[in-house]
Unconditional design. Structure first.
Length: 489
């Protein structure tokens, strides 16, 4: 049985609306979470808690980026096969991202899949620049669509939801956007419930843990920055009825999914008791709260609770392997379309996702058949290289040097020093690389002494002089060679 949470812990929507009506300044939430559950077709609100409190959207912003892009496709202003290019601005975005180099091209279709499944911030900028010409131009389109849809509490300044003071929304507005995607873009709705993607050798599961775990889950998107907490816009369909759940400010990626699943369960189970509950009206009629968004940075990322500024969870990325992801016995029921065993939401979401074939994504133009296989193989080969920075670029320009173990050892050692200076302090791998490459760096020098000795066998006393001479020549040549390559990093 569900027991309502204490009013003092989280003020209910009715309390907040009453406070606003009396003209009292809205209190700052001590432990902020916002919840909203509604029927997708009618917009009828089934549950609401802080649903109109302003919030930082984080990566759920990408739902509007997808909406604007797919509206452009539907209206013929672009196509899913249109090539878009990774700019230096896109490549410089913070993780989570695909990490492509500037100049890389890919289709709108593949960029959308990468953005919505992996929550790739660089792909959001690629789409924004490709459709709107610039981040500012695309943000204007996002705001125009938000106004048209009645998202009165929303403003956008970037397409990916990375921290920005002017990037604001609410649970109410996100539910309105989710309904618009279902209503306006039914032919493209599959983009918001792809279980996983495969790029080269890497398989990435959808960050929305309900997909493939919660029976009937069919959308939408997750988000996280320190200021917002863990956000989720989710939907599920049972017996022809679709519900939308919005969770903002949860304490973890697992908890936001559990909260959404709990609301969805109540929504599907309480149809017979609906007449007992007071009507909350429709989502469009929920009264906005005039307040500043809660900033959860200290709670989410302060002190010892260090969190990455990314929505990427460790368990959502799998290494190369079979085409399908495994599942337990309860997921076998789900995959077969049968009623799964009755489990608590937390137990259900802790299980592996249902078996599914990852959607293949790739760089370059649209390909099929043998050309697609070749494109996937090319992306896999790029991932196989242990060093993707300066060394990879040098190897591409100097194939002979890449094949030479001596040259490889010298360049790797320099890469480690260069990376150590340019990378943040948290990146400890370059230091290990430097240590590992110390022996190859010295190997050529020790090998030169026997050669010098063999050149003048009649004069053993002179061996030290010729050997010292090549040694100093080699030593001088290394920095000179490295100095010319260093700027390329």
């Amino acid at each position: 049985m569900h027991f309502p949470r204490p009013l003092l812990r989280k003020p209910s929507l009715n309390w907040i609306v009453l406070v606003a009506a009396l003209g009292i300044v809205a209190p700052r939430l001590a432990h902020a979470e916002a919840h909203l559950l509604l029927e997708a077709d009618t917009g009828k609100v089934l549950e609401a808690e802080n649903a109109t409190y302003p919030w930082y959207p984080a990566s759920v912003t990408k739902l509007m980026t997808a909406y604007v892009t797919l509206k452009a496709v539907k209206e013929g202003r672009t196509t899913l096969d249109t090539l878009v290019t990774v700019s230096p601005t896109a490549a410089a975005q913070s993780p989570s991202k695909m990490g492509f180099r500037p100049g890389t091209q890919l289709t709108v279709d593949n960029a959308l899949k990468m953005m919505l499944v992996k929550s790739a911030n660089d792909m959001a900028v690629v789409l924004a620049e490709g459709v709107g010409g610039s981040i500012d131009g695309f943000s204007a389109l996002m705001n125009e669509n938000a106004q048209r849809l009645g998202m009165t509490q929303t403003s956008y300044v970037n397409p990916n939801g990375l921290p920005a003071d002017g990037q604001i929304t609410s649970a109410r507005d996100l539910a309105i956007l989710a309904r618009a995607i279902i209503r306006d873009l039914p032919e493209y709705e599959y983009f918001v419930h792809i279980p996983s993607i495969r790029f080269g050798r890497k398989v990435t599961q959808n960050f929305n843990k309900l997909i493939g775990r919660y029976p009937g889950a069919d959308g939408f998107k997750t988000g996280f920055i320190c200021a917002s907490g863990y956000n989720l816009v989710a939907s599920a369909t049972r017996n022809g009825k679709r519900l939308i759940a919005v969770v903002l400010g949860a304490s973890s990626g697992q908890m936001r999914a559990v909260r959404a699943a709990q609301m969805l369960e109540r929504g599907f189970a309480n149809n017979t008791l609906a007449w007992l509950r007071p009507s909350l009206g429709t989502v469009d009629n929920l009264a906005p709260i005039d307040a500043s968004p809660p900033n959860l940075r200290d709670e989410m990322c302060g002190g010892k609770r260090h969190k990455p500024a990314s929505d990427e969870d460790e368990d959502t990325v799998a290494s190369s392997g079979g085409g399908s992801t495994g599942g337990d016995s309860s997921m076998t029921f789900f995959a077969a379309g049968l009623q799964p065993p009755i489990l608590k939401p937390s137990e259900l979401l802790a299980a592996a996702p249902a078996a599914s074939e990852p959607i293949v994504v790739y760089t370059g133009p649209t390909r099929t058949g043998a050309a697609l296989i070749a494109a996937v193989a090319a992306d896999s080969d790029k991932q196989a290289s242990p060093h993707r920075g300066k060394k990879a670029r040098i190897a591409a320009k100097k194939p002979d040097a890449a094949a030479d173990p001596k040259a490889d050892g010298k360049e790797t050692g320099k890469d480690a020093k260069s990376d150590k200076k340019s990378e943040p302090k948290s990146a400890a791998k370059p230091a290990t690389a430097k240590h590992a490459d110390a022996k190859p760096d010295n190997a050529p020098k020790t090998a030169e002494k026997p050669v010098a000795a063999a050149a003048k066998p009649a004069k053993p006393k002179a061996v030290s002089k010729p050997s010292a001479k090549p040694k100093s020549t080699t030593s001088d040549a290394q920095p000179a060679d490295q100095k010319t390559t260093a700027p390329r990093s």
